[in-house]
Design a protein around this ligand. Structure first.
Ligand code: NAP
Length: 309
């Protein structure tokens, strides 16, 4: 029998990825949506989560697609109502909140799937296989995109808890922490804040692995033309380049996969969620989030030109 799912927050990612993945899933049935200003044809629609939980008691699970500032309260309410929960990235607005959600899920024997969709990109598994067992000598991340194109009209991203350029940047860090054998820590960071916004538009991170290998990252929301979502890793026995956000892979300049875009990521995410629900297990990894929080803690802040949403 298919798991009955309610979707919260019908915005860009819900429409671009979640709804198509759910519509073609043999493991989930999208039965209800909750959104203040939007609705989805063919399912029960409610204006908020509380009403959906009360009026659609048959739901097995809730998938949360709101901005991160709204994740904690929603996930807590859904877990307390006995639902399994899938959470979009970034996990929550503060690091303590995701820890509390993990505790709540464990206490109630429910699944909390705190997702990192980029880890499900087509070439990430192959990259991890290649990197493990090799000796890393360095790494470089270039993650630069046009915020106007990818986050049209989204004011929440510039508000406290909205992450600014770390909203996409955290995807790179999720892939990095997935493929590397050793953990990384932030050593130094520079964060550029538009003078009229409360979140960074660009950031440079200097990180180092436990073994002292340097990995640097450049995040920028002002990219025009070709967009870059690239991770390069250098080892004593060759070089790896993941591009297209983890979809495409080159090993020593040889193209292994030329995939593009998000295709397949969300169907794989939902397949993973179904497996976790069946066993009532959780999957939570807040290391990428800690790296971002640490960059905010120790980063040098620079004020740059205003940015208009
Ligand atoms: P979005 O287009 O702004 O949609 C989010 C929806 O959540 C809004 O349309 C809004 O619908 C609802 N919402 C509930 N509480 C809200 C609040 N406090 N502020 C603003 N909206 C609120 O955002 P999105 O791009 O879909 O991103 C949502 C989440 O998905 C974020 O965590 C983001 O990082 C993640 N994500 C986004 C992308 C992408 O390409 N955009 C890709 C992967 C992951 P109502 O007004 O109808 O309630």
């Amino acid at each position: 029998m298919r798991l009955k799912l309610g979707l919260l927050g019908i915005g860009k990612i819900a429409r671009d990825q979640h709804i198509p993945a759910l519509m073609s899933s043999s493991q989930f049935e999208l039965v209800a949506c909750a959104s203040r200003n939007a609705s989805v044809d063919g399912v029960a629609n409610f204006s908020d989560l509380e009403t959906m939980l009360a009026r659609a008691p048959q739901l097995d699970c809730v998938s949360i697609c709101t901005p991160p500032q709204a994740h904690f309260a929603a996930a807590l309410a859904a877990l307390r109502a006995g639902k399994h929960v899938m959470l979009e990235k970034p996990p929550t607005a503060t690091t303590r909140q995701i820890a509390l959600l993990a505790d709540e899920a464990a206490r109630r024997g429910r699944t909390l799937f705190q997702t990192w969709h980029s880890r499900f990109a087509a070439s990430v598994d192959a990259a991890r296989e290649w990197v493990r067992g090799r000796t890393l000598t360095g790494g470089r991340i270039i993650w630069k995109e046009d915020v106007h194109h990818w986050h049209p009209g989204q004011q929440w991203i510039w508000e406290p808890g909205g992450f600014g350029v770390f909203d996409p940047g955290i995807n790179a860090l999720s892939v990095l922490t997935e493929v590397l054998e050793n953990d990384v820590c932030v050593e130094a960071a520079v964060l550029e804040f538009p003078e009229n916004q409360q979140a960074p538009i660009a950031a440079n991170l200097r990180m180092r692995t436990e073994d002292g290998v340097s990995v640097n990252a450049e995040f920028d929301f002002r990219q025009k033309g070709e967009q870059s979502w690239d991770i390069e890793l250098f080892t004593t026995t060759g070089r790896l380049k993941l591009s297209q956000g983890g979809a495409a892979l080159e090993l020593d300049d040889q193209v292994i996969s030329a995939d593009r875009g998000l295709a397949g990521e969300y169907p794989r995410l939902y397949a993973r969620f179904a497996a976790l629900c069946t066993e009532a297990k959780s999957e939570v990894d807040w290391r990428p989030f800690q790296l971002v929080a640490d960059a905010f803690l120790i980063g040098e802040r620079r004020v740059v030109a205003p940015h208009h949403v």
